[in-house]
Write a protein that binds this ligand. Structure first.
Ligand SMILES: [Zn+2]
Length: 227
């Protein structure tokens, strides 16, 4: 007769089974007093059986005793509960450390992934530089400096520069163009400033040339050190 879900082959549920085992256990705890502990294996053996350290073949010879000696059965039950708690704690500790490691890895990935998105602005001040003629560099001129991770340039153009559309170019000493973009220069409070996003992540540290071009004029060049 089907009474509830979870019936096993013998016709009673796991709940029934647990009730029977509990009743047997209560019986075992009372029915076999052994005040002299005659034939008891000792707590070291009980502990090894409870924590599954002893192979079953070796533990077999004690099983009859454990089910016919109330003090041993009581000790064994307590050791088994303690072992289950330790195992649960160890499992939770491992699960927690895996979770923490996963969180840290995720966070590191997030930081690395978002690094290029953080805007690093460099200000290049050319106001006191003369407007050079042609692409020739003045060898005595102090190089401008920017870091490799700079993603945005704010360029103060030489005094007297006009506003409007500019071409911006960064090239290597041997003339290889590393980066090209355009920007709009605006005049504000006497400063003509030109802004542009750049990407120098592939550049090696060293000396480069920053070149600017207004409309149809020629390129003007400034030494630029990328750190
Ligand atoms: Zn015993």
């Amino acid at each position: 007769m089907q009474r509830e879900a979870g019936l096993n082959a013998k016709g009673y549920s796991e709940k029934d089974e647990k009730r029977i085992l509990d009743a047997l256990g209560r019986g075992l705890l009372r029915e076999f007093p052994n005040p002299d502990r005659a034939g008891c294996p000792g707590s070291a053996v009980l502990k090894r059986i409870a924590s599954h350290e002893m192979p079953l073949a070796e533990a077999e010879k004690w099983l009859d005793h454990l089910t016919s000696c109330s003090p041993c059965y009581r000790d064994f039950s307590q050791l088994q509960v303690a072992y289950q708690h330790r195992r649960t704690r160890a499992f939770l500790a491992i699960a927690a450390s895996i979770l923490i490691a996963a969180c840290l890895a995720g966070w590191a990935l997030f930081l690395r992934h978002n690094e290029p998105l953080r805007t690093q602005t460099a200000l290049l001040d050319l106001r006191n530089r003369s407007i050079p003629r042609g692409t020739e560099l003045n060898p005595s001129e102090e190089p401008l400096e920017i870091a490799r991770n700079v993603s945005h340039l704010e360029i103060y153009l030489p005094l007297g520069s006009s506003d409007g559309d500019y071409g911006i170019r960064i090239s290597g000493p041997e003339g290889k163009v590393l980066f090209v973009t355009r920007g709009i220069a605006k005049m504000q409070q006497g400063i003509t400033s030109l802004a542009a996003d750049v990407n120098l992540s592939s550049a090696r540290p060293g000396l480069y040339i920053l070149q600017l071009q207004k409309a149809d004029s020629g390129w003007t060049s400034y030494p630029l050190r990328v750190r």
